[in-house]
Design a protein around this ligand. Structure first.
Ligand code: AHG
Ligand code: MN
Ligand code: MN
Ligand code: MN
Length: 337
């Protein structure tokens, strides 16, 4: 069987009635190409001097890995010259990255988490790259882009996706018409469709959470997990399984394939941080993918994609995946606000 390439898929999307704009198609092709370059660096590991910390901290207060910085650079370089972007923002940069004056300025804003799950890099476990695309406000062509231009709700995303660097390198993408998966064919050097549209299977009793934070969670969160842990004789009347990879990309990818729920809830460790995960680089793009695959994404009380952001590096509690499981957890929060 002849598989469809990413390019063919995007051309088809461009020919639809609600056509994918040419600039957005170029943007996705370029991000996908940068993900190939990141995949090569990730695969080199120690042989390419890719492992370990770089000795600096990012704006999140995390020790930066060499690959965090390398992947960030790859995405910046790849996306500067194409004329499709007005500016970029990243987990690894304190503020936004403007397009240099020597290149034309485009209509879109690109946000990314260059390496998600970067603590996995040095131990040869799965990592990923997450991206989110917003439309820049109409008037940016005549003025400098600002951080405020990025502070748009997730519902305004026009595309989002991730690359996952696991046993296989895959690209999972949505332009608002369902979720499609592409595998990297290294002999051809191209992304080839392997599945889609993806729908999250329902009813899988499997949760993903870092259990070591249990004592910090809010009561509704503790109740939800306690019910799952109680097994057949408890409130849920069923045994649950648990998985936690330390990489949101890997956990969400598993949920897209076999169902379940992903949780990184608000906790009481640091009152200044409502959750660990970043709204703009993690929760919104992954929420977009999950919703496009028939799931839901909430922060405890609100749909994540409807949150009006107030800062580029804003953090948020996250519950996403199987609609019924997220709804149950939300009902616990509603009963005990
Ligand atoms: P990043 O590597 O981009 O900073 O993101 C790591 C995130 C996410 O991918 C993962 O689900 C979570 O942090 C893991 O956190 P814990 O180490 O607290 O389990
Ligand atoms: Mn990080
Ligand atoms: Mn991340
Ligand atoms: Mn990261």
């Amino acid at each position: 069987m002849q598989h469809k390439t990413l390019t063919q898929f995007l051309v088809e999307q461009q020919r639809r009635e609600a056509a994918l704009p040419a600039q957005l198609r170029l943007l996705i092709e370029i991000v996908a190409r940068a993900c190939k370059a990141i995949s090569i660096s990730v695969n080199k590991g120690a042989l390419g001097g890719m492992l370990g910390d770089i000795g600096s901290e990012n704006v999140q207060g995390e020790a930066q890995k060499k690959l965090d910085v390398i992947a960030n650079e790859r995405l910046l370089e790849a996306n500067e010259w194409g004329g499709h972007l007005a500016a970029m923002a990243s987990e690894e940069m304190e503020t936004i990255h403007l397009i240099p004056n020597r290149y034309p300025k485009g209509e879109y804003l690109l946000l990314f988490d260059p390496i998600d799950g970067s603590s996995n890099v040095d131990v040869n476990l799965t990592v990923g790259t997450i991206f989110s695309v917003l439309k820049a406000p109409e008037d940016v062509s005549g003025r400098a882009v600002t951080e405020e231009d990025f502070l748009q709700a997730g519902t305004r995303q026009v595309a989002a996706g991730y690359a996952i660097f696991g046993p296989q390198t895959l690209l999972v993408l949505s332009v608002g018409t369902g979720v499609y998966e592409f595998g990297l064919d290294r002999e051809m050097g191209s992304w080839v469709m392997t599945q889609g549209p993806l729908t999250i299977p329902t009813g899988n009793r499997e949760f993903a959470i870092n259990m070591s934070n249990e004592r910090h969670w809010a009561p509704p969160m503790r109740r939800y997990i306690a019910d799952c842990m109680a097994g057949k004789t408890g409130a849920r009347g069923a045994d649950f399984n648990m998985r936690w990879t330390g990489s949101m990309v890997a956990d969400i990818h598993r949920i897209l394939k076999r169902g379940g729920i992903f949780l990184y809830p608000w906790d009481s460790r640091d009152p200044a941080k409502p959750g660990k995960l970043r709204l703009m680089y993690e929760a919104n793009p992954m929420g977009y993918i999950v919703e496009q695959a028939g799931g839901t994404a909430f922060d405890g009380t609100r749909r994540i994609m409807e949150i009006a952001p107030n800062a580029l590096h804003q953090r948020v509690g996250v519950a996403m995946g199987d609609e019924a499981e997220v709804a149950r957890l939300m009902s616990y929060y509603a009963e005990d606000p």
